[in-house]
Design a protein. Structure first.
Length: 366
């Protein structure tokens, strides 16, 4: 029922946005009718590709090349939304200007439309180019531990994030020879049965003291219990409101389930249960998918919290919207008690294969 409501809401939003863009922008363009028809056709195809993208997320029957086009259409829709907002602001500002003759008004409108089209094309191209880059190794000189850490987050295996992408990522991780590896949620973004081979590539990660994983919100969309059951057959340790003590590193690793558990009444995070039995004399790392989990810490003060979820905003200016919902968007931050949180920008992506002002990353903390 909730899934059907989500798809209906999303469909209504897409339909309304494309329809409004036609009425407010394309229909009012000062160009020949045949050019308007081309723009109208493009808009219709983009809307269709949006729907095919949503359907394609749950099947592996669509070739990656075609699925890439469907994914890019979501990016185009983001651009249409931004274009429409700017267009309406300019329109409202124009209404405050005193009347001018028609020729000047038409010249300004044509110039404005041309400028917005050029900016939109550049924005989309830059986002697609940045999104095509391989994840960078982001070295964080933390100096609080005597061991090395690799963190990845938000891989979103499924669709364009396939087995070859995971395999290449594992090779990069292994080249760093980490002491311990953490995966902070949103690892899986489709039916686990369709991506088992891709997920099993992670089983090749070479970590001296293990690989530890916590759920993100997207796992809850794809039968989290089934995902957990599958992951428990690998060398990756799923932390479900529990901790592991590594005496060799004098380290507690604490992991909590995602805040989304409160919404669905399943695998609800429990900070007290997660810390039960931990060694107070050791340093502590907490794995929590969403940065806003810091609001749930009570009196616990882990030395370092590792999170993801935000994708670093993924596509500017959406980082500002993320900042309204999360206390931090990316990078290393010092908390009031003097401990720290690091928010990984994600190794993969969600939605369009685009990034802008947010580099995909493998975090290497030394």
């Amino acid at each position: 029922m909730k899934t059907s409501l989500f798809f209906f809401t999303f469909f209504f939003f897409l339909f309304s946005l494309h329809g409004l863009f036609y009425l407010r922008v394309i229909k009012k363009l000062l160009v020949p009718a045949r050019v308007k028809k081309i723009f109208k056709l493009f808009l219709g195809i983009n809307f269709l590709f949006n729907l095919l993208y949503m359907g394609g997320r749950y099947t592996d029957a669509i070739p990656n090349g075609l699925y890439y086009l469907f994914s890019i259409s979501i990016g185009i829709t983001f651009v249409l939304l931004l274009y429409l907002i700017v267009h309406e602001v300019i329109y409202l500002l124009g209404k405050t200007v005193k009347k001018m003759d028609r020729s000047k008004r038409d010249f300004i409108k044509k110039s404005t439309d041309g400028m917005l089209l050029a900016l939109s094309t550049g924005y989309l191209s830059a986002g697609a180019y940045e999104g095509s880059k391989e994840p960078a190794i982001n070295i964080i000189d933390f100096k609080h531990f005597d061991f090395s850490i690799v963190q990845i987050s938000d891989l979103h295996i499924g669709g364009l994030i396939d087995q070859s992408f995971v395999k290449a990522s594992v090779e990069k991780i292994n080249a760093l020879e980490p002491d311990v590896v953490f995966i902070t949620g949103d690892l899986i973004d489709t039916n686990i049965d369709q991506i088992k081979d891709a997920v099993m590539e992670l089983d090749r990660i070479a970590s001296k003291h293990g690989i530890y994983y916590v759920l993100g919100n997207h796992e809850y969309f794809h039968n989290p219990l089934k995902i957990i059951d599958f992951m428990q057959k690998t060398q990756i340790k799923v932390l479900l409101n529990e901790n592991v003590i590594i005496d060799a590193l004098k380290l507690n690793i604490v992991g909590v389930t995602d805040l989304f558990g409160y919404r669905v009444g399943l695998l609800v995070p429990d900070i007290d249960k997660a810390f039960k039995g931990y060694n107070e004399n050791y340093q502590t790392i907490l794995l929590a998918h969403q940065p806003k989990f810091i609001e749930q810490l009570k009196n616990y003060a882990p030395d370092l919290i590792l999170s993801g979820h935000t994708h670093g905003g993924q596509i500017w200016p959406f980082n500002y919207l993320v900042g309204l919902q999360q206390p931090y968007v990316k990078g290393l931050h010092t908390l009031p008690k003097g401990n720290h949180i690091y928010i990984n920008s994600g190794i993969g992506f969600w939605g369009p294969p685009m990034r802008l002002n947010s580099q995909a990353e493998i975090t290497y903390i030394i």
